[in-house]
Design a protein around this ligand. Structure first.
Ligand code: FAD
Ligand code: THG
Length: 800
């Protein structure tokens, strides 16, 4: 059962029937074939470039799929190409970065000069642009036709599509969906129909919050209006008949505008106006086009002036028709995909553009049929948000911000603006006293570095590479290696797993053996059935059936909850507790001066100790690769814990250290960051995690040991060079891989970047190039594969 017959619902029906699930019914509240959602009037520009590899590949699949479909010979996809132009120097650099994202997923794109832009697009004068990114395979999707073509194919395999059936209730039994009830607008009046179903997929676009409410599911998206208008005939454009367009679709992101041809007219979309949120509860219910609101000319005027400035041919041309069309925005700009956390069989695919619709639908169908999508979807996971991040006010503030920033040049480290601060650890006050510069992760304020520490001498970084970075991070990292430093570990997700069967549950869920002695810590992986790495966890055995799991965010918590058998409780204790990392060669000096307990317990062991008067769970674990402990206590005692350690640390050179120091040290040690260095697309052996995979009965056990196809390896660069992550890696002219995480490694005085490379290019000594673009054009930086870890390969610091 699919609710909603827009581009997403139709694509889901097509993908499910292709996989043999042919008993599919698609219901829509509107009349078919144009039920009035966003898909009914979307202009359908498909630009594939995206900083997210997953999103870019979703788009690429949409291009491939729609190119192969037609409706009675009429096109679903018109491959006119895409042209993103730059009018500001910083946009030129951004175009190079975008070219890099595309290269790393195998899509050709070229940064071209002004003359070539003018040659490619009849309305763009060379003198108005600095450069352009030309993507020959971008183009126009005809959304209503894409719906029709995919619906027809699904119907030919057994699906049915029913219009004027508004789903008003989801029927459930024992935590599973069993069907839906609809209000049907039949010819003579309104009636009620019931449809049994084992699975329900919510593809209701911006109605999502209302549909979700039927099953108690906050669907964190904000419907917003966005202006689109069509001009009168433009000199220089010609009537192209059913072909509609031949010039590339055009983006003028410096002014939040995009353009497409409609024959001799031009269609223009604008994100330049104020955010116009729409309350889904107040949508007009009895119009043919509830997604289309009246045009507000005052919002349009400045945008049209900008459009005319880029395209002088619009000078004397007026707008013939405009509207404020509604579609969905989320807090982080990513779609919402996955299964309801507690109601099995209830799936969601919302906040999806036409651009990504086919890729999203394929991922969801794979998820439903095979257990997990073939692409990494953790950043799209419906269950990625904490409770606070699902609150309507949070969603409104962040989604509105996203609307404003949709075409902005965003630095990977740009922190979100509001609402902040949202979650603060008990150490926050002390952080501020020490001049912390914060970013925000998962709602938590997280220090990047502390102004109280002095900058290390280091060559100045160019502005892009230096943004949100400070050579103070080098000081903090070196202090960790040379004396001792204090890190806030509070944002690390901590989950208590308890009750009869807890041990068997964790043992049967993850790749390492967690049935170990009480007081031991185990590093272990959650895998997909295909062996892909969903997450890496530390599992600390606190009692026979009591464990503390260190995890990577909400998606992990969701998986643990979902799969826990009756009797095993899964409790996220992150918010009520706090943690500090006390690491460095002098960590023992500091801790022993405020602790009378025996601190001789070994590496990857845990004990309850007292720091001053504070009971603390101490783990001999260190993500930075130094002697020391993670120290956890309840949130109320956090400040006392900080103050006790801080007072004791003075004479040993204790410094507060931030996230940049942390990252550079973990990269020196070769410790992977789940979701960044490896994802569900990567096998443990490929990611260099064979040591965490033991024989046993757990998801992915068989597939996990397959032969590596590629490898995650460290690359070493000149210490003056900087890359930030996601850059493409080249061997000669061929793009052979991409960077995951990177940082300057102060202990080895080299810049380090982890990257995925084919097996034959993964041996130490292999020379490759990373394409980096900071201030202007892309540059190729030489890099060499090195053996790992580059720092303390024998682990002497951890086991002195
Ligand atoms: P919809 O098409 O809205 O479909 C949802 C369906 O669910 C509707 O048909 C609705 O009737 C039905 N429904 C809702 N509630 C119920 C219920 N209770 N029971 C039964 N049925 C229900 N994207 C691009 O990629 N490129 C673009 O250039 C582009 N330009 C855009 C321009 C404008 C002006 C607008 C408004 C959007 C644009 N978009 C673009 C975005 C894109 O149109 C949408 O993201 C996409 O169409 C959403 O598809 P959908 O299937 O999720 O939702
Ligand atoms: N601390 C705790 N839990 C965590 C993390 C953490 N859970 C999530 C995430 N971080 C897990 N990631 C790692 C990565 C590496 C190590 C620990 C957690 C690590 N690895 C050693 C190595 O690879 O040599 C030891 C592995 C072993 O002996 O099995 O320390 O930061 N609590």
């Amino acid at each position: 059962m699919v609710i909603g017959s827009g581009v997403v619902g139709a694509a889901v029906a097509d993908e499910l029937t292709e996989r043999g699930w042919t008993d599919v019914t698609v219901l829509d509240r509107g009349a078919l074939a144009l039920p009035g959602g966003s898909s009914s009037h979307a202009p359908g520009l498909v630009f594939q470039a995206n900083p997210s590899r997953t999103m870019a590949r979703f788009a690429h699949y949409t291009v491939e799929k729609l190119s192969s479909l037609d409706v009675d010979g009429q096109w679903c996809f018109n491959r006119v190409g895409g042209l993103e132009v730059a009018t500001l120097p910083e946009r030129v650099a951004e175009l190079w970065r975008r070219q890099g994202y595309l290269a790393s997923i195998g899509v050709d794109a070229t940064v071209v000069g002004p003359e070539e832009c003018a040659r490619l697009h009849p309305l763009v004068p060379a003198e108005n642009v600095l450069a352009g990114l030309h993507i020959p395979t971008d183009g126009l999707a005809k959304a209503p036709r894409a719906v029709e073509a995919q619906a027809r194919r699904a119907i030919s395999r057994g699906a049915r599509f029913l219009g004027e059936q508004r789903v008003v209730e989801v029927i459930q039994e024992g935590g599973r969906v069993t069907g839906v009830r609809t209000e049907a607008a039949a010819a003579g009046g309104r009636g009620t129909d019931t449809f049994p179903a084992d699975h329900v997929v919510q593809c209701t676009g911006f109605w999502g919050p209302l549909t979700g409410a039927l099953v108690g599911l906050p669907t964190p998206l904000l419907p917003m209006a966005h202006q689109y208008a069509r001009t009168a005939p433009v000199p220089g454009l010609t009537d192209l008949g059913p072909r509609e367009a031949q010039a590339p679709i055009l983006r003028h992101q410096d002014r939040d505008l995009y353009f497409r041809e409609h024959g001799e007219r031009l269609g223009i979309g604008s994100y330049a106006h104020r955010p116009i949120p729409v309350d889904p509860a107040n949508l007009p219910t009895h119009t043919d086009m509830p997604s289309s609101f009246d045009f507000t000319p005052a919002d349009w005027e400045p945008a049209y002036a900008d459009a005319r400035a880029l395209l002088p041919a619009l000078g004397g041309v007026e707008i013939e028709h405009g509207f404020n069309g509604v579609f969905s925005f989320t807090a982080d700009g990513m779609p919402l995909l996955g299964e309801h956390p507690t109601l099995s069989g209830y799936w969601v695919a919302e906040a999806v553009w036409v651009t990504h619709s086919c890729g999203v639908a394929r991922a969801l169908a794979e998820w439903m049929v095979d257990g997990h999508p073939s692409l990494d979807v953790h950043a799209c996971d419906l269950n990625r948000f904490t409770e606070a991040q699902r609150s309507p006010s949070y969603v409104e503030q962040r989604a509105s911000r996203n609307f404003v920033e949709v075409y902005d040049i965003l630095h990977p480290l740009d922190p979100p603006a509001a609402p902040r601060p949202m979650r603060t650890s008990p150490f926050h006050l002390r952080h501020r006293e020490l001049g912390a510069v914060f970013t925000e992760v998962g709602g938590w304020e997280r220090p990047l570095w502390f102004a109280a520490n002095a900058p290390a001498p280091h060559p100045e970084r160019e502005p892009w590479a230096g943004r949100h970075w400070s050579p103070i991070a080098i000081t903090e990292a070196l202090a960790t290696r040379e004396s001792v430093a204090l890190y806030d570990m509070t944002p690390l997700t901590r989950v208590e797993v308890a009750g009869p069967g807890a041990c068997a549950f964790l043992d049967g869920l993850t790749s390492n053996k967690v049935d170990v002695a009480v007081g031991r810590v185990v590093y272990t992986l959650m895998l997909t059935e295909a062996g892909g790495v969903l997450s890496d966890l530390t599992v600390t055995r606190l009692g026979p059936e009591l464990f503390q799991v260190g995890a990577n965010g909400e998606v992990d918590v969701d998986r643990l909850r979902r799969l826990a058998p009756a009797g095993v409780s899964v409790r996220d204790v992150t918010a009520g507790t706090c943690g500090l990392g006390l690491w460095g060669p002098r960590a023992l000096d500091v801790l022993s001066s405020v602790c009378d307990d025996d601190l001789s317990f070994g590496y990857f062991r845990a004990r309850t100790i007292h720091v001053g008067a504070i009971p603390v769970l101490a783990l001999r674990v260190s993500y930075v690769g130094e002697l020391g402990w993670e120290l956890y206590t309840s949130a109320d005692q956090g400040l006392a814990l900080w103050d006790t350690l801080w007072a004791a640390g003075g004479e040993h050179g204790l410094v507060a250290a931030g996230r940049h120091a942390f990252t550079s040290l973990r990269i020196e040690k070769g410790y992977r960051a789940s979701g960044v260095d490896m994802t569900s697309e990567d096998l443990p052996l490929e990611a260099g995690l064979a040591f965490a995979v033991k024989p046993g009965e757990y998801p992915g056990a068989t597939a996990a040991t397959a032969e590596p196809r590629r490898r995650l390896v460290p690359l070493q660069l000149d210490p003056r060079h900087v890359v930030l992550g996601s850059e493409p890696v080249f061997a000669g002219e061929d793009c052979v891989g991409y960077v995951t995480s990177a940082a300057y490694g102060p202990s080895v005085d080299a810049f380090l970047a982890y990257a995925w490379l084919p097996v034959d290019l993964a041996s130490p000594g292999t020379v490759v190039e990373i394409q980096y673009s900071g201030e202007r054009r892309g540059r190729r930086l030489p890099a060499v594969v090195v053996a790992e870890p580059v720092f303390d390969p024998e682990g002497k610091r951890l086991r002195p």
